[in-house]
Ligand binder design. Structure first.
Ligand SMILES: Nc1ncnc2c1ncn2[C@@H]1O[C@H](COP(=O)(O)OP(=O)(O)OP(=O)(O)O)[C@@H](O)[C@H]1O
Ligand SMILES: [Mg+2]
Length: 254
């Protein structure tokens, strides 16, 4: 489904991603773990097609993002959506919640997914279904983002993220800005949605504990290099990189 091949990226003169390669299969959840500044969000931007690699390729469902023309890139990009740490990043403060949620569907009218196709003609109805998928009350739909709680806002951002039923949902620290009591609810919601829609997740976190709850495979970034790539069964395996061991130990302590 996704292939990242020998990708490098610099900002100014600093190399922030160094020769990164990995693959993801449909339906899988890959945890991308690493400290602050290790390049996780930069990698997410390359996969979303909102930043360009200096070297290497990002291939999604057979399409190489770097070599696509504008129109083709636009079509390919709809298969990847993202949920960010700060839900306000994906919700327009001036739009009512229901409008923000269905915005991707308005941008890609030919890409209405099967679970919304019956109500395709009725945008509010599509928003209602999306709200119900993320456990939000219908009466929130006319509010503005600032009139929701942090957890409700993140649910709305998730509703927007799944609206096109993407192949890949990139979750970049989706619970880091939330109260601890809400974090588990959001992780559970993401897990349910993943199963319902057979999406793949790239789950970005600095927290091994949250990633472990979500993911079947892990990639560990350290200072822009992919130092470890392994399946959940091998979390405590003898081949783990010393840095991975450190992250695991830190997660066990907390
Ligand atoms: N637009 C940019 N221009 C210049 N440097 C950038 C830009 N975006 C990121 N960087 C730098 O690239 C490096 C990697 O940043 P990135 O945001 O990918 O890290 P991260 O792993 O997501 O960190 P965090 O866990 O804090 O979110 C950092 O040193 C950062 O300062
Ligand atoms: Mg980041």
């Amino acid at each position: 489904m996704l292939e990242v091949k020998n990708v490098s990226k610099s900002y100014q003169l600093t190399l922030v991603l160094k020769d990164i390669s990995f693959q993801m299969a449909q339906g899988e959840c890959l945890g991308l773990i690493g400290g602050s500044g290790s390049g996780k969000s930069t990698l997410a931007k390359l996969i979303l097609g909102i930043a360009q690699c200096d070297e290497g390729e990002v291939i999604l469902n057979g399409a190489d993002f770097q070599s696509l023309k504008k129109g083709e890139l636009r079509r390919a990009r709809r298969h990847v959506q993202a949920v960010f740490q700060d839900p306000s990043a994906s919700l327009n403060p001036k739009l009512r919640i229901w409008k923000s949620i269905i915005e991707p569907l308005e941008n890609y009218p030919d890409a209405v997914p099967p679970f919304l196709i019956e109500v395709k003609a009725d945008k509010r109805k599509m928003a209602e279904i999306l709200l119900s998928k993320v456990g939000l009350q219908q009466d929130l739909m006319n509010r503005y983002p600032h009139q929701l709680s942090g957890g409700q806002r993140q649910r709305a951002a998730i509703a927007r993220g799944i609206s096109l039923q993407p192949s890949l949902l990139i979750c970049d620290e989706p619970t880091s800005s939330l109260d601890v009591s809400i974090q588990a609810q959001i992780l559970n919601l993401l897990r349910e949605l993943k199963n319902e829609f057979n999406m793949s997740y790239l789950f970005i976190s600095h927290d091994m504990a949250a990633a472990r709850y979500m993911c079947n495979r892990f990639a560990v970034l350290k200072e822009g290099s992919l130092v470890d790539l392994f399946s959940a069964d091998d979390l405590f395996g003898v081949n783990r990189h010393p840095y991975t061991r450190k992250l695991i130990a830190a997660a066990m302590e907390s």
